[in-house]
Design a protein around this ligand. Structure first.
Ligand code: LLP
Length: 414
């Protein structure tokens, strides 16, 4: 069995099968490039988290799907029916979640650089919780509330920056003073300002209900120690907040744990993590009524693939290219954006083949960085083969653009 095989992906007759369907047949029916997502894999991921909370925590869990990972309507509806909550980061995401059937009470809006127009929209949605990203935001929030919603009780929570962060690439570490490459980190309220933000929020007429952190994205096994330390920080801060007279309805640990993108990278132990954070909250004797997490990648990452058609195989100065009918920016932009991003690529038409070669899978955009995978060992493709870019369910369609005026592929959820 290949390391990437799951309930969603299997090999039969040396060809790739996706959710019980022949990948080449899907490519033929819908055309390439094509995103294919699997309902059952997404539900399996949800169940994994839900079961872990049931096993380890006496408190109800809010599994808030980070819809920025993939806001496909069918996926949202599937998760809505299953009881998920939503992490939304723009007013448009909030509205999309509402349209998919999520009640506002199950949505947390976590914005950054939030405008007055954003505030007018989100304050108008009854039951929504608004996460505060900056102490400096409070005056503007108060002004908009006074002017347009003077008698409304608005639920807020505080996103703090615990001073430590973790992610697979410098660009996606979202807590700490600076990222691993020195970039100043813009998110959240600094530790020493947190209590003051709670007091001022209440004084200005808001109703503070929660404390939140998000450390970054794409954790693997070796990040667990660091993540545990950050859990401890959040729990300690929550105790301080409670002692200062602000009972917390929920504590939100954010997202960050990923699926398996690489063969030689052990996955983050998500069950142990949920056990750990549940235990830490219980031991601290916090009065919180619910625990929240915000998984994006974990929920949909390995429940999606991108199918590409090989137009021709090119040789130039000894390099061999599989020239495909899609471009990274329009389909799977992650490898073109993040140095550390890796997507496994398999030849769906011939999984194993004798003539293995080092193939660079090149897209159809005018940019050298437009490659899905560099010098990958795989059977030599031929024109008409279908290649599958794996783990394309998260942050692929949602970050795709029309660069070079190329279309963004269609999506099927099966
Ligand atoms: N909660 C908040 C407040 C977030 O900012 C994020 C992701 C998540 C939850 C979900 O994190 P996840 O479980 O998906 O790791 N475009 C990057 C990922 C950026 C994630 C930013 N925030 C990528 O393609 O790797």
């Amino acid at each position: 069995m290949n390391w990437w095989e799951t309930e969603f992906l299997a090999v039969k007759d040396n060809k790739l099968w996706i959710a019980g369907k022949d990948a080449a047949a899907l490519a033929k029916r819908y055309g390439t490039p094509l995103y294919v997502y699997g309902k059952n894999r997404i539900l399996e991921r949800y169940a994994q988290l839900d079961d872990a909370f049931t096993r380890h925590s006496a408190l109800p869990a809010r599994i808030c799907y980070a819809m920025k990972a993939n806001s496909h309507r069918g996926i949202l509806r599937l998760l809505q029916r299953r009881g998920a909550w939503i992490d939304a980061v723009s007013p448009c995401e909030v509205e999309t979640a509402l349209k998919a059937g999520f009640p506002a009470e199950r949505i947390l809006f976590t914005g950054t650089s939030v405008s007055r127009a954003d505030l007018r929209t989100v304050f108008g949605i009854d039951g929504l919780t608004i996460n505060i990203d900056a102490a400096e935001q409070l005056e503007i929030m108060s002004e908009v509330r006074r002017r347009e919603f003077p008698s409304k009780s608005i639920r807020v929570s505080v996103r703090w920056n615990p001073g430590v962060g973790r992610g697979f690439d410098a660009r996606v570490i979202t807590a700490g003073k600076r990222s691993s490459d020195g970039t100043p980190i813009k998110f959240g309220v600094e530790a020493k300002k947190v209590i003051d933000v709670f007091s001022r929020a209440r004084r200005l007429g808001f109703h503070p209900v929660g404390l939140h952190q998000h450390l970054g994205s794409g954790w693997v096994r070796e990040d667990f120690g660091m993540v545990r330390a950050a859990v401890d920080r959040l729990v300690r801060k929550a105790r301080e907040v409670e002692k200062a007279g602000f009972p917390l309805e929920f504590l939100d640990f954010g997202g960050g744990f990923g699926p398996r993108y690489l063969k030689n990278r052990a996955v983050f132990p998500v069950g142990d993590y949920i056990a750990y954070l549940s235990g830490a909250v219980a031991r601290a004797g916090l009065a919180v009524k619910a625990l929240a997490i915000e998984p994006g990648k974990f929920m949909v990452g390995d429940a999606g693939v991108l199918l590409l058609g090989v137009e021709y195989v090119k040789e130039s100065y000894g390099n061999i290219f599989a020239c495909v009918d899609g471009g990274t920016f329009n389909t799977v932009p992650r490898p073109a954006i993040y140095l550390q991003a890796h997507h496994e690529i398999v030849n769906a038409s011939r999984i194993d083949g004798q003539a293995r070669a080092r193939i660079t899978v090149a897209g159809n955009l005018c940019e050298t960085g437009d490659i899905f995978g560099r010098e990958r060992s795989m059977p030599l493709p031929v024109s008409g083969d279908v290649l599958a870019v794996l783990c394309a369910g998260a942050y692929c369609r949602s970050m795709a653009s029309n660069f070079n005026l190329r279309e963004i592929p269609r999506e099927v959820l099966i």
